[in-house]
Design a protein around this ligand. Sequence first.
Ligand SMILES: Cc1cc2nc3c(=O)[nH]c(=O)nc-3n(C[C@H](O)[C@H](O)[C@H](O)COP(=O)(O)OP(=O)(O)OC[C@H]3O[C@@H](n4cnc5c(N)ncnc54)[C@H](O)[C@@H]3O)c2cc1C
Length: 446
Amino acid sequence: MSKNIIVAGAGHGGIVAGYYLAQNGYNVTVYEKGKKNRLGYPQVDAIHLDGFEEAGIPVPEDYKVKRTPIAFCVLGTDLPPLVQGDSGDTYNVEIDRKALYKYLIGMAEDAGVKFVYDCEIVAPIVLGSRVAGIKTSKGDFYADLVIDACGLYSPVRSQLPEFMNITRQPGPFDVLHTYRAYFSRLKNAPEPEHKYLISLMPGENCGLLWVITYDDYIDVFVGSFCDLTQDYIDHKLSLLREANPHLGKKMIKGGGIVDIPIRQPLSIMVADGYAAIGDAAFMTIPIKGSGIGYSMRAGKMLAECVMEDENGLYNEETLWKYQIEYFDEVGSTSAVLAIIKNLFPVITQEDLIYFFGEGLVTSDDLEKFGSEAGLAKIISSLRPGELRDKAKKLIGNQNVRRMLTGTAKNIAMYKIVEQSLKENFSRAAAKKWADAYDNFFESIKE
Ligand SMILES: Cc1cc2nc3c(=O)[nH]c(=O)nc-3n(C[C@H](O)[C@H](O)[C@H](O)COP(=O)(O)OP(=O)(O)OC[C@H]3O[C@@H](n4cnc5c(N)ncnc54)[C@H](O)[C@@H]3O)c2cc1C
């Protein structure tokens, strides 16, 4: 008899997992609180091609575009921006969120996945040690496995029993509050030098702003770890208008506030009858907040792990392989980036000026940093002369030196912690890993 799988929430990773499982004869139903054809935000997302390729999902050709170089600047200074992706020969997928949903849901439905809309999930149903289903506004539903794709504040994950050792809620500095809106473009203003401009905001109210210029409109983003008030947003918009005279005042669409997880992935993603995916498992890049590519990749990993469980147990032991594979392929790099993220509140405007002005970080470094291998690639590709130059500059600035040596020490410590993530499952070892990992990230918060 075919096994019943519930996907709780139509998150991207959950849809991809459901697509593969339905294709292979599983009975998959997605329960989603949103309305049919109304999912997603009114925004264009940039997704690495790898996200589609590694997930085995064909790239929607109409949305494959040459990557726009990204210029990073320090707002309020004359320092020339650092530009990432200037080579111009790499491709991204840039796709309207609603179009992406239509595409993925279409594929899943063709494979046999059923979607139930207007259905608010309120809690998991836990029987003994097992997640057995979900409580919803349309009644209780039971399944052999619940895939939690309900996003950052999942009502499933946040109400799991303590003995499952799954972090229920993100902490305060784990979440970036974001405002995104599309404004008119003033055609009589001069053409901007950079089409995609990110301004870094260091210090106490840390976060970032972006202005992406299209022919007819401008995409504006305000992200901060502090609560976003209307006054705060208006202030940032006026700063952006001063620096970008072509940014008009007429809002075309958007204007909503949404939270993104910016932290290390969940230490434990699985329990008996349960697997978390996507934002529900904090699977974003903890510096940029992009999470669609990682979620889709995780969707394929999870589906393969479920299909390998021929006895249909779907318990913490058989689902453990999914967690291990995710950490091997993605999670380990994400965790290191989450350590680097801790620099945000301590870094000052002066430090950033030093970084940019003294060439401690170059456009070339940013290019490598944007790749999967990230920091490791930068360090391993430095020639001895460059390494010496950077080291000298570091010695010249006490604050920057202290921050970077602290970060390097934390990364080294994390690598030791990571050794406690064991491929072979035992409940005791999993708990030991989760305690070590969670305590480590708590201990390095500034
Ligand atoms: C402003 C902004 C810009 C972003 N830009 C990018 C980008 O350019 N590229 C990129 O890769 N990522 C981007 N992201 C991140 C990306 O949105 C997420 O990482 C990605 O969508 C993965 O999240 P998810 O699909 O798991 O969860 P979500 O997108 O949160 O989806 C969860 C689903 O579950 C449903 N749900 C939630 N609660 C319930 C409930 N109680 N009952 C029933 N259903 C429920 C929701 O309606 C939703 O459909 C951006 C995020 C934001 C906020």
